[in-house]
Write a protein that binds this ligand. Sequence first.
Ligand SMILES: NC(=O)c1ccc[n+]([C@@H]2O[C@H](COP(=O)([O-])OP(=O)(O)OC[C@H]3O[C@@H](n4cnc5c(N)ncnc54)[C@H](O)[C@@H]3O)[C@@H](O)[C@H]2O)c1
Length: 472
Amino acid sequence: MHSSLPYFAISRRSFLKTTSAAAVFAASPFARAARSPASERITVGIIGWGMQGPNNTRGFLAQPDCQVVAACDLDPKKLAAAAGTINTHYGNTDCKAYHDYREMIARDDIDAIMIAIPDHWHAIVATEATRRKKDIYGEKPLAKTIAEQQAIVRAVEQSKIIWQTGSWQRSVANFHKAAEIVRNGLIGTVTHVEVGLPGGHHDFPGTLPAFDKRLAALGGKLPSPAEIVPGTPAWDLAVTAPPEGFDYDLWLGPSKMEPYIDVRVYQNWRWNSNTGGGQLLDWIGHHGDIAHWGLGFDLSGPSEVEAFGNFPPANAIWNTATKYTVECTYRKEVTGYANDVTMTIAGGSSAIPMGTKWIGSDGWVWVDRSGLDASNPEWLKGDTLPDNLRKVRLIESHQHQRNFLDSVKSRTPTITPVEVAHHSTIPGHLGLISMLVGRRLHWDVKKEQILNDPEASALLTRPYRAPWKLSA
Ligand SMILES: NC(=O)c1ccc[n+]([C@@H]2O[C@H](COP(=O)([O-])OP(=O)(O)OC[C@H]3O[C@@H](n4cnc5c(N)ncnc54)[C@H](O)[C@@H]3O)[C@@H](O)[C@H]2O)c1
């Protein structure tokens, strides 16, 4: 908090106890007008300057009532780029750079933080930040395991901080409209939902060509990272020393120590189960989140989950499922819905296209980043449904970072609060566990426990490498 700039400092802290003053401020026409005085800006620290961190940060930089005052990335090159971009934007040198997130979070003059680091780090950083009473904009999926997600939910609830998840599709008109069509019963009662996600592995950072060049020494057909396992000449060429100045030990954090292989670090950490959850966990917080939104299952979940996947060898460089199908059953006794609802989550399926499709007794709706479609073309006209059809109105947000900042001021929930992110991703986590143990899981939605299956239950959590532990 700015000690010399008391207005917002004092009011934000008091917002934790009372919401009325905050609500007045958020509603004020001045809240969105020209740049707020420095003393009234929400101060933000950002953690992670990889693929998503810069996108989120640009969203914050565009807002007149916040100031990004600190940047953290354990990679010195990324950190320099982060601080450089932020300082250039403001035309000053005020944004301070941090290698260690703990130092940044310890600052009292930072109100909120943005976390865009790999999934294996989410829970540790988020729980530490709640302990420091920071409001948090945190990336999806909420965490790497269900147990870590539960710890984050508990920590957020106890500390009464504001949480926004990076499931930004909720702030996009097409997704909002699709969910409202379903929630307003226009397709009747939903019986089935299809959630189409990508399959395979994608070389996001484009590090594969250089990797292949290294392997070319082997001659013959080059193996892919999904085929390379320890004890082979390809593995020996794949393993290198980490780049100069890159703190690989810190990057691995709580995950198991493994040799450094460049194609499983930046962005491609998604394709190794030590750090990520493959396409399923990368996308469940988007299209799975939208599926729940339309159904009104934001705080509910499936009672049964059965999944099948094609996996590379477990010790391959990229070892996450390349193709998968997760079948979920939502029981009406649990959800309170009119009937049971089944949901198929498919990755890399030619039968189920990308996006979310709800199928009901009287029609269907499909939505994806590429468009919106429905059984009745009338519903597609205009940005929103006509007023007479909008008996249920879902919370509206047109910009995800803006929605977070508004909530920070008003102390009211964001469009994607922590419990929602937790429930949105549970079908993905359970799907992965079902694939790994090779059988159907029975899930107690209320108690959040897998029933009668100790082997599967053990996968709700994961061991941490010392000295890392959750702050909660
Ligand atoms: N909402 C979206 O649309 C969206 C899109 C992409 C990624 N994401 C999410 O964002 C997160 C980051 O993904 P990414 O693709 O940007 O990854 P990335 O590998 O491109 O970037 C992560 C950055 O975090 C840094 N980092 C890692 N551990 C750190 C730590 N402990 N402290 C400080 N810095 C650390 C790395 O050096 C790297 O620069 C993931 O959770 C991912 O699922 C969300």
